[in-house]
Design a protein. Structure first.
Length: 220
C-alpha cells in the first residue's frame, strides 16, 4: 500500500469517525431536548432547537455514509484514496439534513412553527425510511470486502437487518406523527416532540454502533 493510499484511508476513516460521533451525540441531545420539551409542555423553542440538532445529525450521517461508500469504491476498483469522492454530489441524508436545519431555524424565529417543525419531522422520518436500504447494502458490501466467512456474513446480515428494521419503524412512526401534527395544529408541537424522541433514539443507536466498529478498527 502506497503512502498516498494510507493517507487517503486515514482521511476517510477520520470523516467516518467524526460523522458517527456527531451523529450519536446529536441523537442523545435530541432525546434530552425532547424530554425537556415534553416536561415543560407546549415548548416551540425547545422543539425548534431539537429539530436543528436532528438536522445536523442527519447531515453528519450522510457524510459518514458517503465516506464509507468512497472507501469501498476505491478498494473494489483498486483506485487511490487521495481524494474523497462523494458519488457525484451530496447524498439524500445530507440534503435532508440541510432542509431540516432550515425548517428548524424558521420555526425558531416563529414563522409558523407548528407546520414547519411537523414538516421537518416528516422529512427526517422519510429520510430514515429511504436510507435504510442503503445502509443495509453498505454493511453487506463491507462484509464481502472484508473477506468474512459465510457464517460471519450471515451473522452480520442478521444484525444489520435488525438495526435497519428499527430504523424503518422509527421513520414510519415519525412520518405518521408528523402527519397527525399537521392535521391537529393545536397539538403539533407536542406530537413533533414525541416524533423527535423516536428519531433521536434511532440516530443515537446507529451512530453509536458505527462508532464502536470504527474504534475496533483503530485498535487492530
Amino acid at each position: 500500500m502506497t503512502t498516498s493510499q494510507v493517507r487517503g484511508e486515514r482521511t476517510v476513516l477520520e470523516v467516518e469517525s467524526a460523522g458517527s460521533v456527531i451523529e450519536a451525540g446529536a441523537g442523545v441531545a435530541v432525546i434530552a431536548l425532547g424530554i425537556i420539551g415534553l416536561a415543560r409542555g407546549d415548548s416551540g423553542f425547545i422543539t425548534a432547537i431539537a429539530t436543528i440538532v436532528l438536522g445536523a445529525a442527519l447531515f453528519a450521517q450522510g457524510g459518514a455514509i458517503a465516506a464509507q461508500y468512497s472507501k469501498l469504491t476505491a478498494l473494489i476498483s483498486g483506485g487511490t484514496m487521495g481524494a474523497l469522492e462523494l458519488g457525484g454530489g451530496m447524498g439524500s441524508d445530507i440534503i435532508a439534513g440541510a432542509a431540516v436545519i432550515v425548517l428548524g431555524i424558521l420555526g425558531l424565529i416563529g414563522f409558523a412553527p407548528g407546520i414547519l417543525l411537523a414538516s421537518a419531522v416528516i422529512t427526517a422520518g422519510a429520510t430514515l425510511l429511504l436510507g435504510a436500504a442503503a445502509i443495509e447494502r453498505l454493511a453487506m458490501f463491507k462484509a464481502n470486502a472484508a473477506g468474512l466467512s459465510e457464517m460471519a456474513q450471515k451473522l452480520t446480515h442478521a444484525t444489520i437487518a435488525s438495526a435497519v428494521t428499527g430504523q424503518i419503524l422509527a421513520g414510519c412512526g415519525a412520518v405518521v406523527l408528523g402527519i397527525i401534527a399537521l392535521a391537529m395544529p393545536a397539538h403539533a408541537i407536542v406530537l413533533s416532540l414525541v416524533a423527535l424522541l423516536v428519531l433521536g433514539g434511532s440516530i443515537m443507536v446507529s451512530g453509536a454502533a458505527l462508532t464502536g466498529r470504527l474504534l475496533q478498527f483503530f485498535e487492530r
